[in-house]
Design a protein around this ligand. Structure first.
Ligand SMILES: Cc1cc2nc3c(=O)[nH]c(=O)nc-3n(C[C@H](O)[C@H](O)[C@H](O)COP(=O)(O)O)c2cc1C
Length: 320
């Protein structure tokens, strides 16, 4: 019997559906025991989010300083052949409840010396969040086997409208015939069952040991390295502003509101000026740095990569 622990935190249920789809072949397998643990903060975050409450979550998210969780029903003595850790990205960092789990005693106990597959479903800015995740996993003594990334459908410009609209109103539908529905495309979620089939095969072959990836050739990750410089600039500004906001009080305290509003104006101004200018400059300079950028792309796409050589075989299984 192979034992798998699945841990995730999902607000709208999108990441939950991704998890259910990926694990469907594992649920059906008689030789796999699957334990699924949705994380629950001691005080739930709102969804949809009031605007100021949304902004108020940013200082603690970027500083990886999460609020406490309700204790998950996991035995800290239990050992697993695999932990699947599915997370969303909040302000360029793993969502706080997942950070809380990684930092908890029980989280550290079950992750130690255990292969981990991370699954991300977010707008599209996940690159630096996964770097933070790698550090958290290293601190917990876990072994990162693979990373799977699903991003919201549409261009960066479209999701700049559709994702916040979804978070702030709960509405995901197509907008003005101009913007696609918010979130990850349904076909992409359905097709993610291929990862479950590949995990099952690797478990049965004994190749899932956290030392080499088992989800290569399945188009697990496509990095968009054009986003990385913006993520770096934003992280730096988030860290500076979060220090200031935390001086004004704890999450939810009224003293934080004026600074949050000033920050919102600053952020929107940055997004509309600095970001497009720096993206245009970088696009012009890209040919000069082609080799370095290719190395960067390969780095962010590790360990599983964007290769497609096993797609046909596993896509057929996923459709069945
Ligand atoms: C507070 C907050 C901050 C977010 N920040 C980011 C971000 O920095 N990058 C990103 O790609 N997506 C971001 N998102 C979108 C989430 O990663 C995710 O796609 C969305 O919350 C839906 O996930 P769910 O399954 O929990 O409903 C953010 C969402 C929330 C609620």
């Amino acid at each position: 019997m192979k034992k798998i622990l699945v841990v995730y935190y999902s607000q709208s249920g999108q990441l939950q559906r991704v998890v259910e789809t990926i694990t469907s072949p594992l649920v059906a397998a008689a030789d796999v025991e699957l334990q699924v643990e949705p994380l629950r903060p001691a005080v739930e975050y709102p969804y949809p989010w009031p605007l100021l409450r949304f902004l108020d979550a940013f200082p603690e998210s970027v500083r990886l300083d999460p609020p406490p969780l309700q204790p998950p029903a996991i035995d800290r003595e239990a050992r697993y052949d695999l932990v699947i850790l599915a997370y969303t990205v909040w302000f360029l960092a793993p969502a706080p409840p997942v950070v809380a789990f990684l930092r908890s005693e029980v989280g550290r106990a079950v992750l130690r010396d255990t292969p981990v597959i991370t699954v991300i479903a977010c707008r599209n800015m996940w690159h630096l969040a996964q770097e933070k995740m790698k550090t958290l996993l290293r601190e917990a003594g876990a072994r990162l086997s693979d990373n799977v990334v699903l991003v919201d459908q549409g261009s960066s410009l479209a999701t700049f409208v559709t994702t916040p609209r979804w978070m702030l109103t709960g509405r995901r539908d197509r907008l003005w015939g101009l913007f696609p529905p918010a979130g990850v495309a349904e076909e992409e979620i359905a097709a993610s069952a291929r990862f479950g089939h590949a995990i099952l095969d690797a478990l049965r072959q004994g190749s899932l040991d956290g030392r080499r990836p088992v989800l290569t050739g399945l188009r697990a990750v496509k990095a968009d390295i054009r986003l990385v410089p913006g993520e770096k600039i934003a992280t730096r500004s988030f860290l500076i502003w979060s220090r200031l906001i935390r001086l004004m009080g704890l999450p939810g305290s009224p003293g934080r509101k004026p600074v949050l509003l000033i920050y919102l104006v600053f952020l929107l101004a940055m997004i509309m000026t600095v970001v497009p200018i720096s993206m245009a400059l970088r696009a012009l300079l890209r040919p000069l740095f082609a080799r370095r950028l290719e190395a960067q792309r390969l780095y962010f796409e590790g360990p599983s990569g964007r290769g497609e050589e096993r797609m046909r075989e596993y896509a057929r299984m996923a459709r069945r």
